[in-house]
Write a protein that binds this ligand. Structure first.
Ligand code: HEC
Length: 240
């Protein structure tokens, strides 16, 4: 029956006398059947790479927050941060021009809340700062000083995700703008100002007597043995 079909174009050879009529040409395996294999090979390849990386990481000491971020990590983190920063926030102007009394108050604020990570002079070389990943940048340096007031304001109020920089939404907007002025002032801070700031550092972080010690010592807890009657020596309650 099929022989009766008139020869057609390149199908002519099939019509040679005595040739077995060829069943409709066998198509190569359809691409849709090859795809799962390609996917499987890619998945296995990736699994081997990731597994190898984790094994290497385990033997190399794991991820330590003490390390310095690699160039590519720092680049990606910076790119993500600038993407996350609304341009409207960037362009906001600081409504409070720097004034010396306000700068002193902002310095005390910075000493109390920020210096545990950033240090009073802004270099970030504190126990916390040096062991965070990423480390806080030197706030006196170009990376920070080159940012707009609006950028710094937004960063302080909103923090930085996936980093040690917390958000500080509880301060009044004015307090935050004054902190921005203070960060601008950091490159020219004087030793005198730094000494003043030390009085406001949390004592838990800077163990030297930094907080004003003017208040009388707290009364001894009830379970402590009473001081010797008649002893005039001042109590050193709580000091170890
Ligand atoms: C617990 C630690 C910690 C505290 C407290 C902290 N910071 Fe930070 N801060 C960081 C870290 C870490 C970074 C860097 C994050 C990054 O690069 O992803 C940072 C970044 C910043 C930046 C961005 C600098 C830049 O170049 O982009 C500013 C501004 C800043 N902090 C201001 C403050 C102020 C002001 C306070 C206090 C109100 C404060 N920080 C409190 C850890 C802290």
């Amino acid at each position: 029956m099929s022989d009766a079909r008139p020869p057609r174009g390149d199908d002519r050879r099939n019509s040679a006398p005595g040739a077995k009529p060829k069943s409709p040409a066998q198509p190569p395996p359809p691409t849709s059947r090859r795809v799962p294999w390609i996917v499987a090979i890619v998945v296995v390849g990736l699994a081997v790479l990731v597994g190898g990386f984790l094994l290497w990481l385990g033997s190399a000491g794991g991820f330590s927050a003490r390390a310095k971020p690699t160039g590519i990590e720092a680049f990606l983190a910076r790119a993500m941060r600038s993407l996350a920063l609304p341009s409207r926030a960037s362009h906001r102007k600081n409504p409070y021009p720097p004034a010396s009394a306000a700068l002193a108050a902002a310095g005390e604020h910075f000493a109390a809340q920020c210096a545990i990570c950033h240090n009073n002079n802004g270099d970030g070389k504190t126990m916390f700062g040096e062991n965070l990943y990423p480390h806080p940048p030197d706030l006196r340096g170009f990376t920070t000083q080159d940012k707009s007031d609006g950028d710094l304001y937004y960063t302080i109020r909103n923090g930085i995700r996936l980093s040690g920089m917390p958000a500080f939404p509880e301060d009044s907007p004015r307090q935050t703008w004054e902190l921005v002025n203070f960060i601008r002032h950091l490159p020219k801070i004087t030793p005198q100002e730094l000494r003043q700031m030390r009085k406001y550092n949390p004592t838990t972080i800077f163990p030297e007597p930094l907080m004003p010690q003017s208040k009388p010592a707290a009364p001894a807890p009830a379970r402590m043995p009473p001081a010797h009657p008649g002893s005039s020596a001042p109590s050193r309650g709580g000091k170890r």
